[in-house]
Design a protein around this ligand. Structure first.
Ligand SMILES: NC(=O)c1ccc[n+]([C@@H]2O[C@H](COP(=O)([O-])OP(=O)(O)OC[C@H]3O[C@@H](n4cnc5c(N)ncnc54)[C@H](OP(=O)(O)O)[C@@H]3O)[C@@H](O)[C@H]2O)c1
Length: 309
């Protein structure tokens, strides 16, 4: 199990000038176990707070444009994070992250999750897979996913073949659209997968109606994308005080409130908030520390959130 000592946390924060935030986040500055979850198909244990990269890592080539996300990646790794989600179609994100992890020398420490994301045929998918490996300087992708369920019949065999060859460790599919849930359910019933990735947050809870339970029944790990509903959740609580009962599950910020809600669902393996702000990264990592809300408290969080609108 990973542990985060106060010294490590402060050391990590110093470079990003985030000491102020650490003072507001005493849980992070204490020595505590960091929340981990096992991948059902293998038993491999991974930290439950990961990092997304759509938009946030889609930056230019100059050092100044990359400085903030380089800090984000460095802090993520120093604070014990590993699971990094990207895609070849997130603008420059996959290449930028690939260059930065190699500059930081952490490309083999991170859990590299990417996607096949093309309307082209099987050969286009294979080319993307090879390009992903090159851009991260890796001979093995940890998880490759069929992006937005586009071309499941075409690209799942490519990913499975790479798994057989030892060039990919896990197979998955993704969506972030409620309109695709019916099809996702069909795919989950028909295919043997290691991971499914879907959107789930206090603002969009539909995945909990059937899919999260199905993932548990099928033994699939669940990656939660858009845990902040692409930032909308922060806008919904603008000007609102955090309820005092949030302290009962070691929650000190709205970011932790939203992430702990997701992490407390028993089907969830890893949550992947995206940020280009080192202070937000520290805030997000702190959601992996301390207690989580119980079922009754999760219902209370839902009522509280619904009462805002
Ligand atoms: N179909 C798919 O496969 C699919 C679809 C959607 C997303 N994804 C994956 O999931 C990841 C996450 O989803 P997302 O990026 O769409 O949305 P998200 O993580 O729900 O929200 C990101 C937004 O939240 C802000 N934020 C992050 N941490 C914060 C904090 N502690 N306090 C205040 N604001 C904070 C970020 O701004 P700052 O930069 O200012 O922090 C950003 O604007 C993506 O990056 C991608 O890797 C996959």
């Amino acid at each position: 199990m990973l542990t985060l000592s106060r010294r490590d946390a402060l050391k990590a924060a110093a470079g990003a000038g985030a000491a102020l935030l650490l003072h507001r986040t005493p849980a992070l500055a204490q020595s505590r176990p960091f929340l981990t979850r096992a991948i059902p198909s293998s038993g491999e244990v991974i930290p439950a707070v990961g990092l997304g990269s759509a938009r946030t890592f889609n930056v230019g080539a100059s050092r100044s444009e990359r400085a903030a996300v380089k800090d984000v990646l460095r802090l993520f790794s120093e604070l014990g994070g590993t699971f990094f989600d990207t895609a070849p179609t997130y603008g420059t994100s996959e290449g930028v992250a690939g260059a930065l992890v190699q500059e930081l020398g952490i490309q083999d420490e991170l859990f590299f999750a990417t996607k096949i994301s093309t309307r082209g045929g099987a050969s286009a998918g294979v080319r993307q897979q090879e390009a992903s490996m090159r851009s991260w300087g890796r001979a093995v992708i940890d998880l490759n996913q069929v992006h937005n369920l586009r071309g499941v019949e075409t690209h799942l065999p490519t990913i499975r073949r790479a798994k057989e060859e030892g060039r990919t460790r896990y197979v998955g599919v993704t969506t972030s659209s409620i309109r695709q849930y019916e099809y996702l359910e069909q795919v989950m019933r028909a295919e043997d997968l290691d991971f499914v990735q879907l959107n789930y947050s206090l603002g969009e809870r539909q995945a909990a109606e059937r899919l999260l339970q199905l993932a548990q029944d099928r033994g699939f790990a669940v990656i939660v994308n858009e845990p902040y509903n692409v930032g909308r959740l922060f806008r919904a609580v603008r000007g609102q005080e955090l309820p005092v009962w949030a302290a009962d599950f070691d929650c000190e910020t709205w970011g932790q409130f939203f992430l702990k809600y997701v992490l407390a669902h028993p089907a969830v393996t890893v949550v992947i908030p995206a940020t280009s702000d080192p202070e937000h990264l520290i805030d997000n990592m702190a959601a992996g520390l301390g207690r989580l809300p119980d079922e009754g408290t999760r219902r209370r969080m839902e009522r509280f959130f619904d009462g805002l609108s």
